[in-house]
Write a new protein. Structure first.
Ligand code: HEC
Length: 115
């Protein structure tokens, strides 16, 4: 593969974003959380990867993809991030600050009308 092709592929990956109907209305904290979720969590919680499969097994297919959930509650997500659950690792404050964890929490709970 030539360098130009590689550069083009890189640019396409860097600029391609998954655009969702609700994305237009993200607050800046939620937008920050979305970016962090994609850099930190999505390799296990994206489509067809391990965390998503594990959740599909335990909770059913409709609750497998965290980004689509409308039943996630802030305290629960925060405690899963800090304590881990099942095969999911825990994140220390030195790895993910409270502010960053809160941003992820605000992103993942955005669809829950009751929070
Ligand atoms: C190394 C893979 C991995 C990474 C990285 C990961 N998770 Fe998980 N996560 C899992 C697995 C596997 C489960 C399911 C555990 C189980 O049910 O036994 C899970 C479960 C969860 C749950 C529980 C959902 C529920 O309804 O019970 C939440 C919330 C969660 N993860 C959030 C996150 C967030 C936020 C991040 C990034 C900060 C993250 N995860 C990073 C593997 C991962």
């Amino acid at each position: 593969m030539s360098r130009a092709t590689l550069a083009l592929l890189f640019l396409m990956c860097a600029t391609a974003r998954y655009v969702d109907a609700d994305e237009a209305s993200l607050t800046s904290a939620q937008e920050h959380g979305r970016k962090l979720f994609h850099s930190t969590c999505v390799y296990c919680h994206g489509e067809r990867v391990w965390g998503t499969f594990a959740l599909a097994q335990r909770l059913g297919p409709n609750r497998a993809l965290l980004e689509k959930r409308n039943d996630l509650v802030a305290d629960y997500v925060r405690s899963v991030i800090r304590a881990g659950v099942g095969g999911m690792p825990s994140y220390r404050r030195t790895e993910l600050s409270d502010a960053d964890a809160d941003a992820i929490v605000s992103y993942l709970t955005r669809l829950n009308p009751r929070k």
